[in-house]
Design a binder for this molecule. Structure first.
Ligand SMILES: Cc1ncc(COP(=O)(O)O)c(C=O)c1O
Length: 365
């Protein structure tokens, strides 16, 4: 039976333990599982390969993204690494110009090792002109981190299919609640599970979901081979958090819509970058030299680098999340020193606005 998303989420793990009826899925800490006899297995042999707590999470995530296989890993970066491991050496990739700085750093490293070749696109036209038969896969964020640029997954998927390239989408910002890339034609979805999906700033996790079983099985095989697996305790925390994803995300989005609109009214704000959905807002201030003081003035909003959690965070991409992108390159595509990024939490939006308003006073000093 297929229920609505809120129901599916709230029920993750319930009815999984027939023997005791535990409503909260048990945490199987065992790393190894006994075999009834030679040549027979319970389905679980060794935790790197498969663990009952992790299986509940992986199946729930596969269902949420509409894929055949879900794999959870120890961080978003290990999820991305697992996916790039799928491709043979020297493969060529076409990727978003604006993207998480850690992904850029990893792609640079692959190029330095001559393990892969990367081409970057700024918009759909440049994607279209560079997407030739030699591209093995397109990797994109939409909206991008932190400039919130959007690209159509469905249009990109059509082009990629024509050129027999795979399409990989980092769905961290929108979550499957707002965008299901596999249903729009993508082949693989990745997430930093550290962000909205787990949502409490207390676990580091990554997610890979594949549409086709062949790709999913190969990725599961690679995950067992290289071992970036998430522990069973963190898998349980992830399950616990996923149950409230919809209520958290909707509150974050409502708050973000209100705050994005209000930010546009501040004379200290030059431009607001908000795609209308989700909990992430970037904005450009009129005077970058005031940022240091502005950040120390905030009382409620926390200056820290991450996103998607219940607590509102503010990040300065220039020195934090995107510090590994050379300044000249960053500035060439609009990631300038006067940009700040907000990850809106579930607090009362009035309190968040009051905090921003008092901190903006430093621009008058
Ligand atoms: C869009 C995006 N993808 C991937 C990652 C990497 O995830 P993690 O920090 O869990 O390794 C991040 C981290 O900020 C991110 O913002």
């Amino acid at each position: 039976m297929n229920y609505h998303t809120a129901t599916e989420l709230a029920q993750i793990g319930n009815h999984s333990d027939k023997q005791t009826g535990a409503v909260s899925a048990p945490i199987y800490l065992s790393t190894t599982f006994s075999h009834p006899e030679l040549g027979h297995s319970t389905g679980y042999d060794y935790t790197r390969t498969k663990n009952p707590t992790r299986t509940i999470l992986e199946e729930a995530l596969a269902k949420l993204e509409g894929g055949s296989h879900g794999i959870v890993t120890s961080s978003g970066m290990s999820a991305i690494q697992l996916v790039f491991n799928y491709f043979p050496a020297k493969s060529e990739f076409l990727v978003s110009r604006d993207l998480y700085g850690g992904s850029y750093r990893y792609f640079q490293e692959l190029e330095r090792q001559s393990a892969a070749v990367f081409h970057y696109f700024d918009d759909f036209d440049s994607l279209k002109s560079q997407l030739t038969e030699k591209i093995d896969a397109v990797f994109l964020e939409t909206p991008t981190n932190p400039l919130m640029q959007e690209v159509s997954i469905a249009d990109t998927a059509k082009l990629a299919q024509q050129k027999q390239s795979l399409l990989i989408v980092d769905n961290t910002f929108s979550t499957p609640l707002r965008q299901q890339p596999l249903k729009a034609g993508a082949d693989i979805v990745v997430h930093s599970g550290t962000k909205f999906l787990s949502g409490h700033n207390d676990i580091l996790a990554g997610v890979v979901v594949a549409k086709d079983s062949d790709i999913g099985e190969k990725l599961a095989w690679l995950s067992n081979t290289t071992g970036p697996t998430l522990s069973s305790f963190d898998s349980w925390l992830f399950i616990r958090s996923l149950k409230t994803l919809k209520v958290r995300f909707e509150q974050q989005e409502r708050n973000a819509q209100e705050i994005a609109e209000a930010l546009g009214q501040f004379p200290q704000v030059e431009k607001v970058l908000y795609p209308g959905i989700g909990g992430m807002i970037s904005f450009l201030v009129t005077d970058a030299s005031k940022i240091t003081h502005f950040l120390t003035q905030l009382q409620l909003i926390t200056f820290a680098e991450s996103l998607g959690g219940v607590e509102t965070l503010i990040t300065y991409p220039t020195t934090q999340t995107h510090a590994d992108i050379p300044q000249e390159l960053r500035e060439s595509y609009g990631l300038t020193d006067n940009l700040l990024r907000l990850s809106i939490g579930i607090e009362d939006s009035q309190d968040l606005l009051t905090d921003l308003t008092q901190a903006f006073n430093v621009f008058d000093d």
